[in-house]
Design a protein. Structure first.
Length: 256
């Protein structure tokens, strides 16, 4: 009895790939613009200034952070799409595609925890002291920033595999993979944020915010675009392979 191969659900692949844009667009508007994190409040702001910031933007922060806690999960599904495309290059038993998926999944954890802290601070602003608000605000930044190595492993795994792609036209262009290494390098100075309240290495500073965050965002946007295209290309490749096998199979009986 002939066993039919399992069909590939390209629709689900595409759906997962499109959650990449959902994540970076939603996060840009809800976390960055609505909650007023472009630019973020300075690490050097006084407790009273931080309290007033949350008081003045209480609704905006509540709405932005609550939506980000939900939309942040799209980073997991985006990582699943990247991982599945990587397997077409690495093979089903490869470790790096699993590492990429794990990195994307765990990246959601500091995002949801930090946003949850900022959300709760906004909800409770009238009952919190300025010192408590400052503590919560800084705590969120420590969590969301210094957990960068989890995301770094995700990016490194993807970069290595896509550079190994032997296709004449790679599924993900080499420049995206090399930009991934640039992104990872830009993360390392983030480890300095506990030691600086002013200057480029503070969490609101030129390097650790205005370079590290946009660098990561460029990687996410670029990877999302090419993963969406890659799924379409893989579907076409598989269709061509099936058509070729069908023609070959139909020709065998006539040649015997």
């Amino acid at each position: 009895m002939r066993v039919e191969p399992l069909k590939t659900d390209y629709t689900m692949w595409k759906l997962m790939a499109w959650t990449g844009p959902v994540f970076f667009i939603g996060f840009f508007f809800m976390w960055g613009l609505l909650a007023d994190n472009f630019p973020p409040m300075a690490a050097s702001a006084s407790p009273q200034e931080m309290w007033q910031h949350y008081k003045d933007l209480q609704f905006e922060i509540m709405l932005g952070m609550s939506v980000c806690m939900v939309l942040g999960s799209c980073y997991i599904t985006f990582g699943a799409a990247v991982s599945r495309v990587m397997r077409r290059i690495e093979g089903q038993e490869g470790m790096l595609s699993n590492l990429e998926l794990m990195g994307a999944t765990i990246t959601y954890c500091p995002i949801v925890v930090a946003c949850g802290i900022w959300l709760t601070t906004a909800i409770q602003i009238d009952t919190l002291s300025p010192d408590a608000v400052q503590f919560n605000y800084r705590l969120g930044w420590m969590i969301i920033d210094i957990a960068y190595m989890v995301t770094s492993w995700q990016i490194i795994a993807a970069a290595v595999i896509f550079l190994r792609d032997q296709r004449e036209k790679k599924l993900v262009p080499a420049w995206v993979s090399w930009w991934g290494f640039v992104t990872v390098a830009s993360f390392f100075p983030v480890s300095l944020i506990p030691f600086f309240e002013t200057g480029p290495f503070a969490f609101h500073g030129m390097f650790n915010f205005w370079i590290a965050f946009p660098t990561w965002y460029i990687w996410i946007v670029s990877m999302s675009i090419f993963i969406i295209k890659a799924v379409n290309r893989i579907e076409i490749e598989d269709g061509a392979a099936v058509a070729k096998d069908t023609r070959t199979g139909s020709a065998l009986p006539a040649s015997r």
